[in-house]
Design a protein around this ligand. Structure first.
Ligand code: ISL
Length: 566
């Protein structure tokens, strides 16, 4: 339903177009595929979808290399298909965010082609970050910056100048000092807002503006190479915090977002934007969300939090504390298209959590990881604030770790010669029907990445209507969240012992207790309480949803979480 500031408590579902549903049988998902599955998302109970990039692109980074911000890649359909998606979604009460990629374009974008064709020093080149090489050595780049995907952040052009790319060499960084770049993006915002989209997910929002003079990044003081640091260092290391890195989180970037916010506010219907800013500490993110800028920013704190009660409690408490000055509640994220799916991650040792971009990850015990993932999701969807879901997490899909190098497409894998595994394992196409070719992803049986057999068991049709399936758990969670007003409630921790994360949420619908038990013992169900939903049948038994659930005993070590109606 359309309420004031809907985004404050919204559940927003990320669709990764190439892997969601394929309508034309080429093995790559597309916009008509998404549209055909919108009723599924309505039944799941989400408020909005965020659709990852579907613009014309050479697909060097799965569409995060945009060659035209105002079009649709034929791979995914047409502009008419985009319009149809938005209008059908709206008809079902689902809002739509598109993904805006302002830090860089594709090297096949006409702006970049024009820049390359023009001489050094020309206005055309000024759209990007071109620089002469190190004066002492033309073979050395202008500074020591490194690409997030591995290797240096500069590549040489045929005329001897170098261009900056914080990501792949096919993703040249735009020059946000150039007012023409700024104007161009205001037009892009208007283009999509005019077509009816409800807002934007802003890619690499902490990038864009670079420190004047492009000074070397300080390498001293960065943590030494602990396991998992390869990835962690990119977005969680000291190097990222408080403006210390000359290419992240510069003060000047906020002017950009203030101008964008004015554009959004000029449209009816509470359009919104969410910042993807990998910045630490989390309090620093408040600067992206203060009034007049983004409505939300992703809170990635759960992606790092080890499976320990104290760590989870701290993560929640710190997130609320940090979001206080934001003027908006926090968001919650357990999975997305860049990280290890939480139905695998939560079974790994913490040093592997951030190693999506790191070397091979050992396969965890799937049952343990899934049980934890279901408990974590139950907790997340009960937390006040806005929650982001990544397609397939509602099926309990694991990360696919065993993909052969020959099918991997993430530039990270290729840029590092396979040293970093990359992100393909969380991007394997969604299984819709357990018995169909490509598990219903595509009628022809084509799939751009091979799906493992376990995907057949986890297919949507295999879980629909099945008690205790992960899909039914998510449906219940979203229903309970809505009925109990959890997303907009207020939270108070309850002390039920060291191994239990427990809190009460007060809302106009009443008080709801949420319990995540990581220990061995039982926890007391408050007098007169009724278990509304539980992540684990071994704990609440058949009474978990409607019965009394009294005396529900724990399975040894079973993590579990039961919102309880008090
Ligand atoms: O993937 C990461 C960690 O697992 C990050 O370093 C990620 O590259 C970074 O957070 C930015 O991500 C976004 O921009 C990238 C794109 O590859 C990602 O898919 C996108 O989410 C470049 O556009």
């Amino acid at each position: 339903s359309v309420t004031d500031e809907w985004w404050r408590s919204a559940v927003i579902y990320q669709v990764y177009p190439r892997s969601f549903a394929d309508s034309d049988g080429d093995g790559i998902g597309d916009l008509p595929g998404i549209t055909s599955r919108l009723p599924y998302l309505r039944d799941l109970g989400v408020d909005a979808v965020w659709v990852s990039p579907f613009y014309p692109s050479p697909q060097a980074d799965a569409g995060y290399d945009v060659a035209d911000y105002c079009g649709v890649d034929p791979l995914f359909g047409s502009l008419d298909d985009a319009d149809e998606l938005v209008s059908r979604a709206h008809g079902l009460g689902i809002r739509v965010f598109v993904d805006l990629v302002p830090n860089h374009t594709s090297d096949e974008h006409p702006w970049y082609r024009r820049a390359l064709a023009a001489p050094p020093g020309s206005p055309e080149r000024d759209w990007y970050v071109f620089r002469d090489p190190d004066p002492e050595d033309p073979e050395r780049p202008p500074n020591n910056w490194e690409s997030v995907f591995g290797g240096r952040a500069w590549s040489k052009t045929p005329d001897g100048q170098w261009y900056l790319h914080l990501f792949d060499s096919k993703q040249p960084d735009l020059n946000w000092e150039n007012p023409r770049v700024r104007e161009a993006f205001l037009d892009i915002l208007r283009f999509w807002l005019d077509r009816g989209v409800d807002g934007f997910r802003v890619d690499v929002a902490h990038g864009l503006v670079k420190a004047p003079g492009l000074p070397d990044a300080e390498t001293v003081g960065r943590r030494a190479e602990e396991p998992g640091d390869a990835a962690r260092g990119e977005h969680h290391g000291e190097g990222m915090s408080a403006g210390a890195t000359p290419y992240w989180d510069q003060d000047g970037v906020h002017d950009v977002y203030r101008a964008w916010r004015e554009v959004l506010d000029g449209y009816p219907g509470e359009r919104a934007m969410v910042a993807e800013a990998w910045v630490e500490p989390y309090a620093r993110i408040a600067r992206y969300v203060r009034p007049g800028e983004h409505h939300q920013a992703f809170n990635f704190a759960f992606l790092d939090a080890p499976w320990r009660a104290a760590a989870l409690r701290d993560t929640i408490a710190e997130s609320y504390e940090a979001s206080d000055p934001m003027g908006a509640p926090t968001t919650w994220v357990l999975s997305n298209h860049d990280v290890i799916r939480h139905a695998t991650r939560l079974g790994l040792a913490p040093e592997h959590f951030a190693s999506q971009l790191g070397p091979a990850v050992p396969a965890p015990d799937r049952a343990v990881a899934l049980r934890r993932a279901r408990a974590a999701s139950t907790m997340m969807l009960a937390l006040p604030g806005s929650a982001y879901l990544y397609q397939g997490e509602e099926l309990g899909l694991p990360e696919v770790l065993e993909l052969d190098g020959s099918v991997r497409q993430d530039p990270t894998f290729h840029r590092t010669g396979g040293e970093r595994l990359g992100r393909d394992g969380c991007r394997v196409p969604i299984p819709w029907e357990g018995g169909a070719p490509a598990y219903g992803f595509s009628e022809t049986g084509e799939s751009w990445l091979p799906q493992p057999e376990i995907f057949g068991e986890l297919a949507v049709d295999r879980q629909t209507g099945v008690p205790w399936s992960t899909l039914e758990l998510y449906r219940q969670l979203l229903a309970v969240r809505r009925e109990r007003g959890l997303g907009s409630g207020s939270l108070d921790f309850v002390d039920l012992g060291d191994d239990i994360v427990a809190f009460d949420i007060a809302s106009p619908a009443g008080s709801t207790r949420v319990v995540l038990n990581l220990g061995e013992g039982a926890w007391p169900i408050p007098e007169g309480a009724r278990v509304l939903v539980a992540s684990d049948p071994s704990i609440a038994g058949s009474g978990a949803v409607a019965g009394s659930g009294a005396g529900a005993g724990p399975g040894a070590g079973d993590p579990r979480l039961l919102p309880v109606d008090c």
